[in-house]
Design a protein around this ligand. Sequence first.
Ligand SMILES: Cc1ncc(COP(=O)(O)O)c(C=O)c1O
Length: 428
Amino acid sequence: MKEIVPSPPPIVRNDVAAVQNLFQQNVIPSYGRFDLVVSHGAGSCLFDVTGKRYLDMGGGIAVNSLGHAHPAITEALLEQSRKLVHVSNLYYHEHQGRLAQALVGLVAPGKCFFSNSGGEANEGLFKLARKFGHDEGRFEIITALNSFHGRTLAGISATGQDKVKKGFEPMTPGFLQVPYNDLAAVRAAISPATIAVLIEGIQGEGGVTPARADYLLGLRKLCDEKRLLLLMDGVQDGYFRTGRFQCFQRILEDAAGANGFLPDAISMAKSLGGGFPIGAFWVRAPHADVLSAGTHGTTYGGSPLGCAVALKVLEVVQRENLADNARNMGGWLKAELAKLAQKFPGVIEDVRGLGFMLGMALRPSIPNLPGENTKPVAVRFVHLLHTLGLLTIPAGTQVVRLLPPLNLRQGDAEEALRIIEDACARIA
Ligand SMILES: Cc1ncc(COP(=O)(O)O)c(C=O)c1O
């Protein structure tokens, strides 16, 4: 096949130190990076520049919904880019309309706005809430401790983790945090200025903690009673990862009284584009026109290219029943990890999550775990897994996340388990 992107010069292709040097000299050091220089990917595998293969159970932090280099994504990119890559939001185009229609169909009557990232989708939720409460002077948004809502200034203000706020004070006014899964705490925090409650259905960066069904149902009732918007950040836990389009649909599946439960707005991103940067937020019908013409916008949001790719990803997910794959294989993986937790109680403390959003909570101290003691156990365990050829994602200090592609195959899941078991056996 004709090469679309020319091969990088040999120095980039072969030399780990040279690439790292390019970063050290030229890239703002805002990320803590692992010592790994990636070259290319295929399916559930990534390869580094030395040719080493890694099984990728991190999926670019829940982004690569169809794995790496999926031919359907490549084709959609090629086909659409031959016709139209970008057009401003001054005009209409079919792909944005069709993608919005598809997302509305997957949730409930309402409308969508398209952004470029999860953080930007959340900004839309904040502006929706501010606009909704503006004339009554209500603007405060209650969020949860341990939450994560992105790295914009409002995003870190909404986030319930001090580490993302430190050094950037003062925070954007109008956000306060209360304990997660604690309805009474939300009730107690409501003031005459409150306009909305924002939560993740499963806290991701905070350590893979699912909301309880009674908490979600209680929040809906409370928000109705106090005329507040219930906002859900579905950036990481959404897009079929739990076996349903949005994770509240999965959490509430067997809950009594859950019929008709709906948030007022949901942010999305990550898996939506399978690696192409696209985000969105959906707003429930009665509030779908609150952000009227001229009140919100973004140059690249909902481009023909982004929407064509997202539509293609959705087509593949639906055609191949990948939601069921995430539910079933994720359930199997979780059960197997729970067995490992029993076998290695000195290493794994708890296994949490739903579908393909799983977290292994490690013991706070694992004496035989290689790496500097000053580094969190989660980072050291993830590094150990790297040496054994498996990519996972740390969350907080103690949790290791598995966020694999939705089309993961059984053989890959088995290989991941074997590697995790091997790692545990080495340090138990
Ligand atoms: C729940 C949640 N919200 C928002 C974000 C921010 O998304 P982005 O990095 O695309 O801005 C993330 C990213 O990890 C996330 O997990």
